[in-house]
Design a protein around this ligand. Structure first.
Ligand SMILES: Nc1ncnc2c1ncn2[C@@H]1O[C@H](COP(=O)(O)OP(=O)(O)OP(=O)(O)O)[C@@H](O)[C@H]1O
Length: 493
């Protein structure tokens, strides 16, 4: 439970007493004559990284089960492959895999394909349009991790396996058999345990209803095309019903979720940049029923220019880095899996504007300048501006900037970075290049400081500058921020 008014954090009961004693001003000093930075850390003998929240309702600790049967065949059938009727195959469904064995005279291993049900988003049974065809069909949709042709990395690629079931003369009996298979594949796919740090993530119950907000202006103005080319099909394959909302202007999404009847929706998802999610989160927290509203599962699909949260979710899934449409496919896959995890939010108090809630970053200086100005110029900023303060709570600052590699969605930690004045242009460039792979912390740069905090206050002394929250410009001036662990919920696969 968190008290939003006084800015005093109230922590999980077991840490509450200690947490109320803030060790104020661990670090206080003038950084390059432009910024005063005051850090508030929790009481001295409770290392930040050791603080634990009690298990939340949507998390259950899973004990390893030694007796779990893993690979018993639960369904077996012999079908033809759709489109190549001469090819027959034996299909076996186990708890974990779908195994397809082509029935030919060639050695068995050579014609055997094993598809992990972890990679399956959906399965459906259907009849062909041709009413004289008594067969039923079974389509199974996988997004497999495959090696790319041109590089050493892997990315998810769509694979559809479609079988023709025609063992019986009665079309209804064939259809029933196909339905039985489809149900079994769906159930076993859903049963795959998704563990993260020993926690079982909760799953959205099927079918779930989703509001999908698309900002047609975000990024390279391709968000709608991305929906048409990838997302619509994936959602259909996963049997997720959704209502598409195309945002028309700034703050449209914010107003929409502020007024919406949330009982109609199991999830609010955006296909856009990070800016639209900022609106959605703040719209939910402006509602009178904000405590319940902010528990609505949120989702993000990358359609903007930065896509920091989408890249972070992909990173947390343990997959190797991918960009643009490959990142979209990965995030679409994670969305279809519908696994929900708590997500930290940070409340930010500006000097005279209303408080806002942030899920990504608070930045002052160079990065803020670049974030905003680059949309117009890709600008080279002045030497004296080569100083930054960045508070980040996700791993990525953009698709290709892995700024805090060990960040997590729900660890209650703000990663604070600042670069002291005096750093040369070359050293700064080297740092930013190293950040592409998350290697900047290993460069031993004297000017870079990284520390983990739970609250901070930033007082800029320079009269002008740019400050951003989640990549959006906010009022420039003193600012105070505090993390609220697991306040929101995010579909993160
Ligand atoms: N139809 C629209 N026309 C203009 N602006 C819009 C529209 N819909 C939403 N917006 C505004 O666009 C802003 C930026 O959107 P978004 O963050 O999605 O894209 P981006 O800035 O390109 O991506 P990123 O944040 O990843 O850099 C948001 O603040 C949102 O309010």
């Amino acid at each position: 439970m968190l008290d939003f008014v006084t800015l005093k954090p109230v922590w999980a009961p077991d840490c509450q007493r200690r947490a109320l004693h803030f060790a104020r001003i661990i670090l206080s000093g003038e950084i390059c004559g432009r910024v005063w930075l005051l850090l508030y850390l929790k009481s001295t003998h409770v290392p930040v990284s050791l603080l634990r929240c009690p298990l939340r309702m949507d998390q259950r600790r899973v004990e390893p089960n030694q007796n779990t049967s893993t690979n018993l065949v639960t369904l077996y059938g012999e079908f033809t492959v759709t489109g190549i009727r001469k090819v027959r195959c034996a299909v076996s469904l186990t708890d974990k895999d779908l195994i397809v064995q082509r029935l030919t005279s060639a050695p068995a291993e050579r014609n055997r394909l094993v598809f992990s049900l972890k990679d399956c988003v959906g399965c459906r049974a259907y009849r062909a349009n041709d009413s004289s065809d008594p067969a039923a069909y079974l389509a199974v949709y996988f997004y497999l991790q495959k090696r790319r042709w041109v590089s050493s990395g892997v990315s998810r690629q769509r694979v559809e396996r479609c079988f023709r079931l025609s063992a019986l003369q009665d079309p209804c009996a064939n259809q029933e058999e196909a339905e039985k298979w489809a149900r079994a594949v769906r159930e076993r796919s859903a049963q795959q345990h998704h563990l993260r740090d020993g926690m079982l993530m909760s799953e959205l119950s099927r079918p779930f209803r989703m509001m999908l907000m698309v900002n047609p202006q975000s990024g390279k103005e391709k968000a709608l095309a991305l929906y048409n080319h990838h997302i619509q099909r994936m959602l259909n394959e996963a049997n997720i019903s959704h209502t598409l909302v195309i945002t028309e202007r700034q703050n449209h999404a914010r107003e929409l979720v502020r007024e919406a009847d949330l009982s109609q929706w199991d999830a609010l998802v955006i296909l856009s940049g990070d800016g639209l999610l900022f609106e959605v989160i703040n719209g939910l927290l402006e509602r009178p029923d904000w405590e319940e509203a902010i528990r609505t599962p949120l989702g993000i699909l990358p359609g903007g220019s930065g896509n920091a949260l989408a890249a972070s979710i992909h990173h947390y899934s343990g997959a190797s880095p991918v960009f643009s449409e490959k990142l979209l496919v990965s995030c679409g896959f994670l969305l279809c899996k519908g696994l929900v995890s708590p997500m930290d939010l940070v409340s930010i108090h500006l000097s005279s504007s209303p408080r806002v809630f942030s899920f990504l970053s608070l930045a002052w200086g160079f990065i803020a300048d670049v974030d905003i100005e680059s949309e117009k110029y890709w600008v080279v900023v002045q030497e004296e501006d080569f100083v930054l303060v960045l508070a980040l709570y996700q791993s990525h600052l953009a698709e290709d900037l892995l700024a805090a590699p060990d960040a997590a969605l729900n660890d209650g930690i703000i990663h604070l970075f600042y670069i002291r004045a005096g750093i040369s242009r070359v050293a700064l460039l080297r740092l930013l290049l190293a950040m592409e792979k998350g290697a900047h912390l290993a460069t031993s740069c004297q000017h870079l400081v990284h520390t983990k905090v739970q609250a901070l206050r930033l007082e800029p002394y320079s009269p002008k500058g740019i400050m951003t929250v989640d990549g959006e410009v906010v009022e420039y001036g003193p600012v105070q921020a505090e993390v609220h662990r697991g306040l929101a919920r995010l579909i993160s696969g």
